[in-house]
Design a protein around this ligand. Structure first.
Ligand SMILES: NC(=O)c1ccc[n+]([C@@H]2O[C@H](COP(=O)([O-])OP(=O)(O)OC[C@H]3O[C@@H](n4cnc5c(N)ncnc54)[C@H](OP(=O)(O)O)[C@@H]3O)[C@@H](O)[C@H]2O)c1
Length: 435
């Protein structure tokens, strides 16, 4: 039986899970695959750090060069996180003829062009299933299950921390601050939650999904990224009254003009949609293909063992490629041929909108606001005036518009915000017509 040697850089949350599966499941993996997978070397920053899983003595090192560039280790697994030295090590591994598996979405979203070009140039694989939606095999589904399709759209809940916070705000009426503090206490949110709550983590994953679906690698600066920090309990109760649930939704689609529509922001979804029912730390991805129709995948988006499951899946796929006479896999995409779709400007998006105005409670306010909206071709579908108790110095007026252009809406809101009857800035939440 042949053996594939694997070098692991990083033995933290995910790395420990990977080491555990490779070592504890070695026998069953060998039976399933017909070859062995061996943990040859593991690199960490500090040999004395406390660990969830202790590999056998002798394979731990603090020198990544004992893995990267070593001809007897064909597969390098990067699980250290961050941009540097991860970028340098990954590039060096590819240049040395090693295949790379990583879970590092930030690295690929920021340096993907350089890294994928290097993989194409050296004819080596870079696999990153765990970087997109944790345990959910979305990359394998796209490349092995759906290559017959022109992908029309992808939408998803790609961050477990924010989904957990939004679930608590929806079900229990918590404020954002209370839900975040609770998530931090229970280990679902980091001490510095910025990357999650401002949407950057989910946006990095959306970049990777977009690359897989359409062969284009947008930059974060190319599209609208908005986190969940400004959502308030009122938004959740109003959403429920209109039959919606609020989720942090990632969307990318090709518009009829062949432009890429990509955005990441809180969205109101019909409460009956499958995506609206994805709660807690779970993730979900919906893929629409021209031939397959809608495919819905859901599962754990993070955590030691779920993420390790995806990483080990990639290690196995790579080791199968290395077996004599192995049939080549479908490439993740023609990375050599990254497309350059134009990104549709956010101004040109057309959606329905939820608007929350805080106003003084006096006659004529509604007609002043609706007059301005009407002037900008925004028609109102429903209005609810919430209670009369003063809040932020006024009462709350919530509206649902018919489909409208984002530019018109923003222009109208800039005008309504100048009305002296408004006592706080207006809040806007986009409504997604997931069908
Ligand atoms: N955690 C998740 O649920 C999850 C889910 C999906 C993707 N990811 C991605 O997976 C990657 C790893 O995440 P994680 O949560 O496992 O991180 P982590 O717990 O912080 O572990 C990082 C590991 O890398 C080692 N390391 C860091 N810098 C190093 C250096 N310069 N040289 C050698 N070793 C170094 C650390 O060594 P010490 O142990 O000695 O400090 C540690 O073992 C990240 O890219 C993350 O975005 C994580």
């Amino acid at each position: 039986m042949t053996t594939t040697n694997v070098g692991l850089i990083g033995l933290g949350t995910v790395g420990s899970g990977v080491a555990k599966i490779i070592m504890e499941e070695a026998e069953i993996l060998a039976q399933k695959l017909g070859h062995d997978i061996k943990l040859a070397k593991v690199c960490v920053r500090d040999l004395n750090s406390p660990r969830n899983f202790s590999p056998p003595a002798g394979i731990l090192t603090t020198n990544p060069e004992e893995i990267v560039g070593q001809p007897d280790i064909p597969v390098v697994v990067e699980l250290m996180g961050g941009l540097e030295p991860a970028r340098t090590l990954v590039l060096k591994a590819l240049t040395s003829g090693q295949h790379v598996v990583t879970a590092n979405k930030a690295l690929l979203a920021v340096h993907g062009r350089e890294i994928f070009a290097k993989a194409a140039e050296t004819g080596r694989e870079i696999k990153f299933e765990a970087a997109v939606a944790g345990a959910i095999p979305v990359i394998r589904t796209l490349k092995e299950g759906l290559p017959a399709n022109r992908i029309q759209s992808i939408s998803g809940i790609l961050n477990g921390t924010t989904n957990h916070i939004l679930t608590r705000m929806t079900r229990d009426g918590l404020t954002f601050q209370d839900a975040l503090a609770e998530a931090q206490e229970s280990g679902y949110a980091e001490a510095d939650p910025t990357n999650d709550v401002e949407g950057f983590d989910a946006a990095h994953k959306l970049v990777l999904l977009t690359a897989l679906a359409y062969g284009v690698l947008p930059q974060l600066a190319d599209f609208h990224v908005e986190g969940i920090t400004r959502l308030e309990p009122d938004d959740f109760s109003s959403a429920a009254e209109f039959g919606f649930v609020i989720k942090l939704l990632a969307t990318s689609a090709l518009d009829p003009g062949g432009r890429l529509e990509i955005r990441l922001h809180p969205a109101m979804l019909p409460a009956k949609h499958l995506m609206a029912g994805v709660s807690g730390v779970m993730n979900a991805v919906m893929i629409r293909g021209h031939a397959c129709g809608d495919i819905f995948l859901s599962g754990a988006g993070a955590g030691m063992m779920p993420t390790a499951s995806a990483v080990v899946g990639d290690i196995i796929e790579t080791s199968r490629d290395l077996q004599p006479g192995a049939a080549p896999q479908v490439p993740a995409l023609g990375w050599k041929h990254l497309q350059s779709w134009a990104v549709r400007p956010q101004d040109e998006i057309r959606l329905r909108y939820f608007l929350r105005f805080t106003v003084v409670d006096k006659p004529g306010v509604l007609s002043a606001i609706s007059g301005i909206l009407g002037k900008h071709s925004i028609s109102i579908a429903q209005v609810i005036q919430k209670g009369s108790g003063p809040k932020r110095g006024g009462v709350t007026l919530v509206m649902l518009t018919h489909e409208a252009g984002e530019k018109n809406l923003q222009t109208a809101l800039a005008e309504t915000d100048k009305l002296d009857v408004l006592t706080a800035p207006t809040r806007l939440i986009r409504v997604e017509n997931l069908t």
